[in-house]
Design a protein around this ligand. Structure first.
Ligand code: GLN
Ligand code: ZN
Length: 766
């Protein structure tokens, strides 16, 4: 048996790549230094894997920005607007495509970005035209193979497969089907493969995670066509075909018939497929199987006992030489190294012993091989340690809280039902809140200036006392309340200055969460996130937001909106426990938020917003699983929102969403008001709500907060009129697209003044 992985994190264990890229972009570092840092990260990763006992090490899994953008460069898939840059330096062209370029006489927009399958990683979306041509443009994959070879390591270059590459892209014209570009693309793939084969490359890993999606026949046929063709062209090449994030599902038959050397299975996301494959008549026992046993998407220690069961099952049908022990997917989605974690307050030793980050996962893979070999005895202590850690986890009092479990167990329909229906609630709320037509509000956060962030840092370092910190936050909050009063906003917010991040803030206050200090995971480009570790039953000891909301409300006669993060978003943006179904964890969070909502109400807060920006990204990859997910996700939101009186108005907020195929479920959340992001699409995203006759109130965003640009009164009015033409006027709210956290004060002030002016103008016109 041999070991391999599908890819390794490339940001560097100290986020070196982030720092050097940002410095290069700011023109504070030269290109050679940047390339040096890249080389040293690759080298460290390769050597680490080698020393950990990985037999077949990937290359070309490194990237200065994104692996899909790398693929675009490899195949010369470069949108025309960058043509002038094609003669120059390829790395600068690459960064211009990733980030746009506004310099000298260039004013180029960046390419779009979207989520990589159901992860929180964002890739650059390839752009295709009908007359799209391809060429072997960047030799990165070849160069990196040589780079590793110079270190004595013969790697397995990783390449996104042609079908997945095409399916990930966007058709920039409407008169063609991108899959038809295959005939033009495949010859260039062959050229690239040729260059690799010339260097004696033995294995190439083709990532085709589109096999985890619902494919149509043409798409499945494309898979067959590609891999038959590659086999015909390169009969000696060993094709390592990687599907991950879900089962092969209805694509299994297609996959089993392919003339490939190895099929990779994600046995974390799809435990049943090993049986399916081994029992299938189509399975050719000469095909190698790569068993993706070690979870690349989460931070829990592997369960060696369970993994060995899979291995022994495979061994009954396959000779050991035909079995790879592997990670479920690329380790790109795991943080780097647990050994760096020494902060006991954030990450207690008891919790730490249950975890494995990327580096530890390499060791796990090697140990699994050891345990399956003739030298088993040397590894038995590690096996026992693993067994003990997992046993301790399953019984730890840190994790298991009987009161929480019983509370979730006794949930019934009344918990997810407001007292009256929306129409009644709307009338009751009108009487109490007394808001004008087209009420104005914001989404929650106000600018998190350098000062605000430095106070938090100083508090952490101990150079500011809690009292001093609180006083500064109070002052900033008051300033924000006064500003909103002055310019005439109707429903105020406190500004969220006390929060570092909308999930981390709640995680820190809830039981059941731990935090790493260096557990960074790439989100896109140089942006990294450090998801909280949700390890145990979730409960709320004390109110989490009442103090600041109550304080803000005490400053003004106008209503101040309470601000919470919803259960699905907290779940979605954390590393979640794998010892119980996600729905149970989500309901535990929902109950904690519900208690907070009730406490806010009892403390005089009459409008409460529960943000759920992550509802859509939680959708499973396969459509047949959507219904189940949407049912429990919507229900969890309703549990959090339904403990209050009819007169209390519940808002929710969602950004970066397409609502078309989930609008019924969004309506079913039954929030009194929903605010959404719509301004960049010129209200296009509103169509789903209009077509569905969305019954409750809605605030379509009229100000794009992602850009420092200030929208004029006329522009905002124009968007509002669009909304007014299609929605009942009594249902419309006026607000920005999202929170103002990343903006600066000067532009925020002017933009909001314009927003209020536009709303007032509209009121006089009805
Ligand atoms: N209330 C949050 C804020 O304004 C919402 C952020 C979000 O939707 N991502 O920052
Ligand atoms: Zn938002």
């Amino acid at each position: 048996m041999k070991t391999t992985i599908l890819g390794y994190p490339r940001i560097g264990n100290q986020r070196q790549l982030k720092k050097i890229c940002e410095s290069y972009w700011a023109e504070k570092t030269d290109k050679n230094t940047l390339l040096d840092v890249g080389r040293s990260i690759k080298k460290d990763n390769w050597i680490l894997q080698k020393e950990s006992g990985i037999d077949l090490i990937p290359s070309n899994d490194f990237s200065f920005y994104d692996q899909v953008l790398d693929t675009c460069l490899t195949f010369g898939c470069i949108p025309k607007r960058y043509n002038n840059l094609k003669q120059g330096d390829k790395l600068d062209l690459y960064f211009a495509m990733a980030r746009g370029l506004q310099k000298n006489d260039h004013d180029l927009t960046a390419m779009e970005m979207t989520k990589w399958f159901d992860t929180n990683y964002h890739y650059i979306v390839p752009e295709f035209e009908k007359e799209q041509t391809f060429e072997f443009f960047s030799s990165k994959i070849v160069d990196e193979y040589k780079e590793a070879l110079a270190l004595g390591i013969k790697t397995k270059p990783v390449l996104i497969g042609p079908v997945t590459f095409l399916l990930l892209g966007k058709e920039k014209e409407s008169n063609f089907n991108k899959i038809d570009l295959l005939d033009r693309l495949l010859p260039v793939y062959c050229e690239v493969i040729n260059a690799l084969v010339d260097l004696d490359v033995e294995y190439i890993q083709f990532d085709e995670p589109c096999l985890a999606l619902n494919l149509n026949n043409a798409e499945r046929e494309a898979i067959t066509y590609v891999y038959e063709k590659l086999h015909a062209e390169f009969p000696n090449l060993k094709v390592f075909l990687a599907n991950y994030f879900d089962c092969y599902g209805e694509n299994l038959e297609t996959a089993l018939k392919l003339p490939v050397d190895t099929l990779h299975l994600d046995l974390v996301r799809c435990t049943s497929q090993l049986d399916d494959i081994l029992e299938s008549k189509l399975f050719n026992p000469k095909t190698k199987l790569s068993l993706g046993l070690v979870d690349g998407r989460n931070i829990w220690k592997n369960n060696f006992e369970a993994s060995l069961n899979f291995i022994s099952k495979a061994s009954q049908k396959l000779i050991p030489e035909n079995i790879w022990i592997s990670s479920s997917c690329s380790l790109l989605h795991s943080p780097h190294d647990l050994d760096l974690e020494h902060n006991e307050t954030n990450l207690p030793a008891e919790v730490k012993q249950w975890l494995a980050f990327a580096k530890q996962k390499l060791e796990e893979i090697a140990t699994l091989k050891g345990l399956s070999s003739n030298y088993k005895a040397e590894y038995l202590t590690l096996f026992e340690e693993n067994k003990l850690a997992n046993l301790k986890r399953s019984t730890s009092s840190l994790i298991h809280n009987q009161a929480v479990k019983s509370r979730v167990g006794s949930l019934n329909d009344t918990h997810s039902q407001r007292k009256s229906n929306f129409t009644n609630r709307q009338q009751e709320q009108k009487k109490v809140l007394n808001l004008p037509l087209f009420p104005t509000t914001t989404i929650g956060s106000f600018p998190q200036t350098k000062d605000v962030r430095s106070w938090r840092l100083q508090l952490k370092k101990g150079t500011l006392s809690q009292k001093e910190y609180d006083a500064l936050i109070a002052k900033e909050t008051e300033k924000t309340i006064r500003f909103q009063e002055e310019i005439g906003i109707d429903v105020l917010v406190h500004g969220e200055y006390e929060r570092n991040d909308m999930v981390e803030y709640f995680g820190e206050k809830l039981n059941g969460f731990a935090f790493s200090s260096f557990g960074w995971v790439q989100s896109y480009g140089t942006r990294c996130v450090k998801p909280p570790i949700l390890f145990g039953d979730v409960s709320r000891e004390h109110p989490m937001t009442v103090k600041w909301s109550k304080y803000a409300q005490s400053l003004t006669e106008l209503p101040v909106k309470g601000m919470l993060t919803g259960p699905v978003t907290i779940l979605q943006w954390s590393f979640v426990r794998n010892d119980q179904p996600r729905v149970i964890t989500c309901n535990q969070i929902a109950l904690a938020i519900r208690d907070e909502v009730i406490d806010l109400e009892q403390n005089g807060i009459h409008i409460i917003q529960i943000d759920e920006p992550a509802i859509r990204e939680g959708l499973p990859l396969r459509k047949e699983e959507w219904k189940n997910y949407l049912n429990w996700a919507v229900k969890a939101f309703r549990i959090s929102a339904s403990g209050v009186k009819d007169t209390t108005q519940i808002h929710t907020h969602m950004c970066y969403s397409e609502f078309n195929d989930i609008i019924e479920n969004i309506a079913n959340m039954d929030a009194d008001v929903i605010t959404i992001e719509t301004s960049r699409s010129e209200m296009e995203l509103l169509d789903a709500f209009v077509d569905f006759k969305y019954p409750n109130e809605i605030g379509p965003g009229v100000y794009d907060i992602h850009s420092p640009r200030i929208p004029s009164v006329e522009e905002i009015e124009h968007l509002l009129i669009k909304a007014k033409n299609v929605l009942p006027k009594e249902h419309i709210w006026v607000n920005p697209d999202c929170g103002l956290k990343t903006r600066d004060w000067p532009e925020t002030k002017t933009a909001l003044i314009n927003l209020v002016k536009a709303a007032k103008k509209l009121r006089t016109e009805v």
